[in-house]
Write a protein that binds this ligand. Structure first.
Ligand SMILES: NC(=O)c1ccc[n+]([C@@H]2O[C@H](COP(=O)([O-])OP(=O)(O)OC[C@H]3O[C@@H](n4cnc5c(N)ncnc54)[C@H](OP(=O)(O)O)[C@@H]3O)[C@@H](O)[C@H]2O)c1
Length: 296
């Protein structure tokens, strides 16, 4: 990317935003924290954008709590829809490229092949509905905006809303000798945030037609298979028990099949590593971070 371009990034403390800050350190990135700028505060966002005068605004913020979004949809909409609308409106007024992220949960999961960008959304959860609203509010504007749908994001930084990452929890449970019980009836495209950050940069550099793009580690896998492969690559021997979503007992019915295909990225010659390589990259980066933390 042209290094003179100024990037203003919201959500820099999250799984994805933190990887962008880490991997794009050669670019001119400003990432105000949530305590500095709350994206729900439109006036504060406007002031931040005016002060930074960015060429690109990247929104990595989210209300990601799928269970709570059922009981407090207004909170999910405040961050995932109305704040996204404000950001896209502010960017459109300044001719600044806007990049925001959406989810596989915009699909109902009744399909049995990976969803492509042109498939019809039909979200079944409050979270998915709020994210689809954010997509639509962004895309109705003519200014350059990229809505990047991704799936099952995991990173080296713990998501503050969840307090844990799925992959960390599997490893911790297995190491502690606790039972590892994982659903095998949800098929997804789990995506390492580091690989996604690299792909988003490549997309911006390619500068294709704006719109919706899917960006996931390639392939479709159940959470059970993903857990088994994670433990295999981490060199941890542990029994993993397959359970059904019903046995898991979540208050929210998640899509049974929400793998995504990077159809539009592939069409412009871009791709992400497959899901197994995503795990390998995550484990490598985690080791590096742990090594750095233990250095005197
Ligand atoms: N995680 C997944 O499995 C998944 C799957 C599909 C799509 N996505 C999408 O991918 C994107 C990145 O997700 P992620 O996993 O990186 O999220 P994350 O780790 O939960 O991070 C969310 C970020 O948003 C910030 N934030 C939340 N509310 C805010 C507000 N009102 N004002 C300012 N900042 C606020 C958080 O700040 P604090 O840390 O200070 O709270 C944090 O930096 C999101 O659009 C998400 O919906 C994620």
């Amino acid at each position: 990317m042209d290094k003179s371009k100024k990037i203003l990034l919201f959500g820099g403390s999250g799984q994805l935003g933190s990887q962008m800050c880490r991997l794009w350190s050669d670019l001119h990135v400003t990432a105000p924290s949530r305590s500095e700028i709350d994206v729900e505060d439109r006036a504060a966002v406007e002031r931040a954008v005016a002060a930074a005068d960015p060429d690109v605004v990247i929104n990595c913020t989210a209300y990601n709590d799928v269970v709570r979004a059922e009981s407090e949809p207004e909170r999910a909409f405040a961050v995932n829809a109305f704040a996204v609308d404000s950001l896209s409106r502010i960017c459109a007024g300044r001719d600044c490229t806007f990049v925001t992220f959406s989810t596989d949960y915009v699909f109902d999961g009744t399909q049995r092949r990976p969803y492509v960008e042109g498939d019809a959304p039909n979200p079944a959860t409050g979270y998915g509905i709020s994210k689809l609203a954010g997509e639509l509010l962004t895309l109705r504007r003519a200014s350059p905006a990229f809505v990047i749908r991704t799936c099952g994001v995991y990173g080296t930084r713990v998501s503050s809303s969840k307090g844990y990452t799925f992959i960390d929890r599997i490893i911790a449970q297995a190491k502690a000798g606790e039972p590892v019980r994982i659903v095998d009836d949800q098929v997804v495209s789990p995506t390492y945030a580091g690989d996604l950050a690299v792909a988003v940069r490549a997309l911006l550099e390619a500068n294709p037609e704006p719109g919706i793009y899917h960006a996931v580690n390639e392939g479709a896998v159940s959470w059970y298979e993903f857990a088994c492969e994670t433990l295999r690559q981490a060199g941890i021997e542990a029994a993993v028990t397959r359970i059904s979503s019903r046995e898991f007992g979540s208050a929210v019915r998640r899509p049974a099949y929400s793998a995504l295909e990077n159809a539009k990225l592939n069409a412009i010659g871009l791709s992400l590593p497959d899901w197994r390589s995503g795990i390998a990259a995550y484990l490598r980066d985690r080791r590096e971070i742990e090594k750095g933390a233990s250095r005197p």
